[in-house]
Write a protein that binds this ligand. Structure first.
Ligand SMILES: Nc1ncnc2c1ncn2[C@@H]1O[C@H](COP(=O)(O)OP(=O)(O)OP(=O)(O)O)[C@@H](O)[C@H]1O
Ligand SMILES: C[C@@](O)(CCOP(=O)(O)O)CC(=O)O
Length: 450
């Protein structure tokens, strides 16, 4: 049933410009931008000598040292799906589990086998991440290389927080479905296939993370920039796990939304998000800055303890967030360059975010970031900035006028910025991207595929 040809798929990273914490609750939404930093997956058949039966999937991430994972897999009895076992690719390389790859693989193969029982031929998978997913400080990289060789193991790479695991799970799942299933069953260019991909990638990403987050990162990896309302977490409650009796059937029921009350209630509103021509989103990575563990837990604990006052804050923030989305759409449609109202929308959000941080005792927009955002906002052509996602010390997202001199001046300014300690910041070369997952030309990647 496999196509004899290779396939390549890519999915974008993300930035949650507005709606951090709120988006965990279905009563609120998040404004999420896909970014033009993508994770690319190439799948190719493994050609075997006639008579030799192999059942292996080898996954390589050639930008990192020792990043090779070799899996054996078997279809379990009792419709329990496909269980994968990591094999030792090389006697000298110790087993290093990559839980996101392993989980995405067993979920995708379980789903595929539930649709089309039979042999799943061996394949070789290559992961290529656009360079901005990792900081290159200290790495010996050639700027001109489309995909850097980071020269370190994946565990030592410094992530820039663009959502690599969600883009990876989404692109990886899409590539396997596209590779193993006939086009009339799965075709990534069709909306119905995208919806199934979304459901399957959310299920796999939650299982790999060991928790059910809001899923905005997987949603934007599939659909690109959008206003996002999360799915009810109960949808995934009945899914089970690979190797457990009935898993394949349960997974298929969830992914294909079979039966009464099976519909996913995710809302993806594409039209509610626009970036006016003449503006762009930029990401500022703060090296040495980190996210405080337990931020989400602490904020949610504060919220549940402070009933009405927390609810009022959530509602005010929701209004400020939707005002920002509306203003962006309005500017895009009117082709206006009057950014005063936009500046005010951003400032309103920041006031409320700081209120949330102070009330809950969590550094969502810490003083250091306030100073940085305020200083950047004074530069010509910079409209304003926010701490994206959960906030903290590690990143800032800015809206700027899309002129080279604005980005250049901002880059120089940010690079000379010093935090109290030794933290440093840099501007990443990414911008917003409206499109989500997409099929790529597989020949474009052959240079990096072993
Ligand atoms: N290029 C890659 N090759 C192989 N695995 C990768 C790659 N990029 C990410 N991963 C997998 O994703 C994991 C990182 O996921 P994690 O959720 O910690 O980061 P993230 O998604 O980038 O986070 P954030 O939400 O802060 O942006 C890695 O440990 C690895 O399992
Ligand atoms: C705090 C939260 O709302 C956003 C986290 O975003 P990020 O991982 O910081 O980009 C959590 C979530 O939505 O799953």
């Amino acid at each position: 049933m496999t196509k004899s040809t290779s396939v390549a798929v890519s999915a974008p990273g993300k930035v949650l410009l507005a709606g951090g914490y709120l988006v965990l609750d279905r009563n609120y939404t998040g404004l999420v931008f896909g970014l033009d930093a993508r994770i690319h997956i190439h799948v190719t058949p493994v050609r075997t000598v006639p008579g030799v039966v192999l059942s292996e999937i080898v996954v390589r991430s050639p930008q990192f040292l020792d990043a090779i994972w070799e899996y054996g897999y078997r279809v379990c009895a009792g419709e329990a799906g496909v269980q994968v076992t990591e094999l030792r690719a090389d006697a000298d390389i110790s087993l290093k589990r990559n839980i996101f790859i392993e989980t995405a693989l067993s979920f995708a193969l379980s789903y595929i086998s539930s649709l089309a029982p039979g042999m799943l031929p061996s394949a070789s998978v290559t992961i290529l991440a656009d360079n901005d997913y990792y900081s290159t400080s200290g790495a010996n990289v050639l700027a001109a290389e489309r995909f850097h060789d980071f020269g370190v193991p994946l565990s030592e790479a410094n992530k820039t927080g663009l959502g690599s695991s969600a883009a990876l799970v989404t692109a990886f799942t899409a590539a396997l479905l596209q590779f193993y299933l006939p086009d009339d069953v799965f075709d990534i260019s069709q909306e119905s296939s995208k919806r199934k991909l979304h459901n399957l990638a959310q299920a796999a990403h939650c299982a790999a993370q060991g928790k059910v987050g809001s899923g905005f990162d997987v949603a934007s990896a599939v659909y690109g920039s959008c206003l996002y309302r999360r799915f009810s977490p109960s949808i995934l409650a009945s899914c089970g796990e690979p190797g457990k009796k009935g898993f394949a059937v349960k997974l298929r029921t969830v992914v294909d939304e079979i039966g009464k009350d099976a519909k996913w209630d995710t809302e993806i509103i594409k039209d509610a998000v626009k970036v006016p021509q003449g503006l762009r989103v930029v990401m500022c990575d703060v090296k040495g800055g980190s996210q405080t563990p337990g931020m989400v837990k602490t904020v949610l604990a504060w919220r549940s303890k402070h009933g009405e006052s927390a609810e009022a804050l959530w509602q005010n923030l929701q209004k400020a967030n939707t005002d920002l989305a509306k203003e962006l759409v309005q500017l895009a449609e009117a082709r206006s360059q009057d950014y005063n109202a936009l500046k005010e929308c951003i400032s309103n959000i920041r006031v409320l975010i700081r209120e949330m941080g102070e009330a809950s005792g969590v550094p969502i927009e810490p003083m250091e970031q306030t100073r940085l955002i305020d200083a950047c906002s004074k530069l010509p052509g910079v409209i304003g900035g926010v701490v994206p996602g959960a906030g903290g010390y590690d990143a800032v997202a800015l809206l700027i006028e899309d002129r080279p001199e604005v980005a250049e001046q901002l880059t120089t300014f940010v690079e000379s910025w010093r935090f109290g300690g030794q933290g440093r910041a840099s501007i990443l070369g990414v911008r917003q991207e409206m499109q989500g997952v997409r099929l790529e030309q597989e020949r474009d990647y052959r240079k990096w595929v072993i």
